[in-house]
Design a protein around this ligand. Structure first.
Ligand SMILES: [Zn+2]
Length: 476
């Protein structure tokens, strides 16, 4: 008898899995049997006495795995990532959780994973890429019929990019699963009807042993996306009409209806998080507020004739910001490059020649990712010229490039973290004879003497206190 029951239970779980794949924009997650067992035990011990008394904030890092096509395109936007983490922290504030970003983004180029986040390729890749002691979060293009899911056997979440947008609550919901929460309609997933012992009654008489086990979430049976308020007439087995609460993140009510976790849900999540000791005990992240713009953004608006194989973007970070997020786009078009860097310069070495682009930058900290609408610089438009120079560089603290300005005058762009250096340039002809010398400063320096010389090949040697640290071939 027991054996037959187990087989039936197994088959019904299997059918839930299959049916879940066809849900419209939902989440295929059911928490694992071991999580469910843990949760039932927690409710038994604490359900009737739990008081939500926050005893400090738990800080937890998010490891973002951005999945793209094999050719490295299609990535989820990092600007969006920063914004949704900001929103998560607002929504989880009543829970006492604070999420911060691991600034090292993991890019996974795998078309099969990208197109189907619930494929075997996806699971294999997650198993290979998960890192310990962080909340592993994968961003993909699609997972047919789903908005996201939590994979209990891998302890990570997968988010469909289109559902992981500011204002949406998919990530909030999947993290609820991550911290042990079932759906408020637990057992009804995929159109199933729970067995008699598992079907939560509206009168609350079995609320701690059926449904989601929480007595402060009313009985819910809606396993498909629904719009609030509930206006149906369905009744439970006692004939009592259902009145599901659409405000819970763990329900399937539309995102705009959901705005909270219940007290017992919060208690269970806190208890679950406290078992993740190596995740929560990594210190407090840098939460300094960044509200200022980056300054000194180069290229400036309407800079022309930049070297397509060596265009250097540089800027001054806002006060307090540890990291910068840089976006480069085709002029008036799609973002072609987006990176997080602790540096204050970015070299673009594969732009098209004679083409217009635009770029912008914002500062942030791993524990402060909010964009208050004034933190991104304006888009600066620039265009490349023909490739005419070659570069020989250098160090992470000092970079030298040749460039042409709008009048095709040749100059040296010099960037250094050390402000007080005495730097000079010697120009040599093809025979190695020095023909002129001038001092340069940080920024753009037109080489007036070189521009007066005839067309040909020249070399610029850059010196600091007599020490030659860069050589650049210039063809004019
Ligand atoms: Zn779910």
């Amino acid at each position: 008898m027991k054996k037959i029951f187990l087989i039936v239970a197994f088959l019904s779980m299997f059918s839930v899995q299959l049916l879940a794949q066809t849900e419209g924009g939902g989440c295929s997650t059911r928490i694992s049997p071991s999580q469910e067992k843990w949760l039932k035990q927690w409710v038994k011990q604490h359900g009737s006495t739990y008081k939500n008394v926050k005893s400090g904030i738990l800080y937890m890092p998010i490891k973002a795995h951005v999945v793209g096509r094999d050719n490295g395109t299609g990535y989820y936007s990092l600007a969006t990532l920063l914004q949704v983490i900001c929103e998560l922290n607002t929504r989880y504030q009543p829970v006492g959780f604070y999420f911060y970003l691991d600034p090292v983004i993991d890019y996974v180029d795998n078309t099969l994973f990208y197109q189907d986040g619930s494929s075997q390729d996806a699971y294999n890749s997650m198993a290979a890429n998960n890192v310990a002691d962080e909340i592993n979060m994968y961003f993909v293009q699609a997972s047919p019929g789903l908005c996201g899911y939590y994979a209990p056997w891998l302890d990570c979440v997968c988010i469909i990019g289109g559902c992981g947008q500011p204002g949406g609550t998919t990530i909030t919901h999947e993290l609820g699963h991550f911290f042990s929460l079932p759906h408020t309609f637990n057992g009804w997933e995929g159109g199933n009807t729970p067995g008699p012992g598992q079907l939560e009654l509206v009168n609350g008489s079995n609320c701690s042993t059926a449904g989601d086990y929480f007595c402060d979430t009313p009985a819910d049976f809606l396993s498909y996306r629904w719009n609030c308020p509930y206006v149906g007439t369905q009744t439970d087995p006692t004939g009592t009409p259902y009145n599901p609460d659409p405000t819970f993140y763990m329900s399937y009510a539309s995102d705009i209806c959901t705005n909270r976790f219940s007290n017992l849900q919060i208690g269970a999540m806190q208890a679950n998080a406290n078992t993740r000791t190596t995740m929560i005990n990594q210190g407090t992240p840098n939460m300094n507020v960044v509200s200022q713009l980056p300054l000194n953004c180069h290229p400036a608006n309407f800079d022309f004739n930049l070297n397509p194989t060596n265009t250097v973007l540089h800027w001054t970070k806002p006060t307090n910001a540890m990291y910068s997020l840089v976006q480069v786009a085709a002029y008036g078009g799609a973002i072609i490059k987006e990176i997080i860097t602790a540096d204050t310069l970015l070299v673009l070495n594969n732009l098209n020649s004679s083409s217009p682009y635009q770029w912008r930058v914002r500062g942030f900290n791993v524990g402060y990712t909010c964009d208050n609408a004034t933190t991104f610089s304006n888009w600066n438009i620039f265009s490349t010229g023909e490739q005419s120079t070659s570069i020989n560089n250098l160090s992470s603290t000092r970079k030298v490039y040749s460039y042409k300005n709008a009048n095709t005058a040749i100059g040296i762009a010099y960037y250094s973290e050390v402000k007080a250096e005495q730097v000079s340039v010697r120009i040599l002809n093809i025979q190695g004879v020095t023909i002129l010398q001038q001092s340069i400063t940080i920024g753009l320096n037109i080489l007036e003497g070189l521009n007066a010389l005839p067309a040909g090949t020249y070399f610029a040697l850059v010196y600091e206190n007599g020490f030659n640290f860069a050589q650049i071939k210039i063809v004019k």
